[in-house]
Design a protein around this ligand. Structure first.
Ligand code: HEC
Length: 114
């Protein structure tokens, strides 16, 4: 009887362990770190002028969208990448307009604005 209870408990522990392991791995996969490419400020400014200036202003001072002059103090490059990729509220999503590496570069450029 004791043996039987023990094997059931060990069985449950295994299932729980595997589930936790699976959930942690899955979470990491859904939030990958940004690729370690060096920042190209010139390219970022060009994309900003082309895609963001209308709403965020010539000097990131804000217009329709908020001021981005100190945005790096508010968000990490990863968070900025998410905002630009998916949009938020009145902010459009850019994942179908810009290339992934362009959004990564833009996020790194904005993250330096502190
Ligand atoms: C059509 C106008 C528009 C365009 C174009 C636009 N944005 Fe925005 N953006 C907004 C608005 C509006 C918000 C505020 C969103 C909200 O309500 O949370 C915003 C918010 C943001 C935020 C978060 C600001 C904060 O303080 O939370 C970032 C970062 C940002 N935009 C970056 C960009 C970048 C980079 C581009 C160009 C790729 C861009 N935006 C293009 C309108 C725009």
């Amino acid at each position: 009887m004791y043996k039987w209870t023990m094997s059931v408990l060990i069985g449950i522990a295994c299932v729980v362990g595997i589930t936790v392991l699976f959930m942690t791995t899955k979470q990491e996969a859904s939030a990958p770190a940004l690729p370690d490419t060096p920042l190209n400020s010139q390219a970022a400014e060009a994309i900003y002028k082309q895609s963001c200036i209308a709403c965020h202003g010539n000097d990131l001072e804000g217009k329709i969208g908020p001021n981005l002059q100190k945005i790096g103090g508010k968000y990490s490059d990863k968070q900025l990448y998410g905002i630009v990729q998916n949009g938020r509220g009145g902010m459009p999503a850019f994942k179908s307009t810009l290339k992934d590496e362009e959004i990564v570069n833009l996020a790194k450029w904005l993250a330096e604005k502190q």
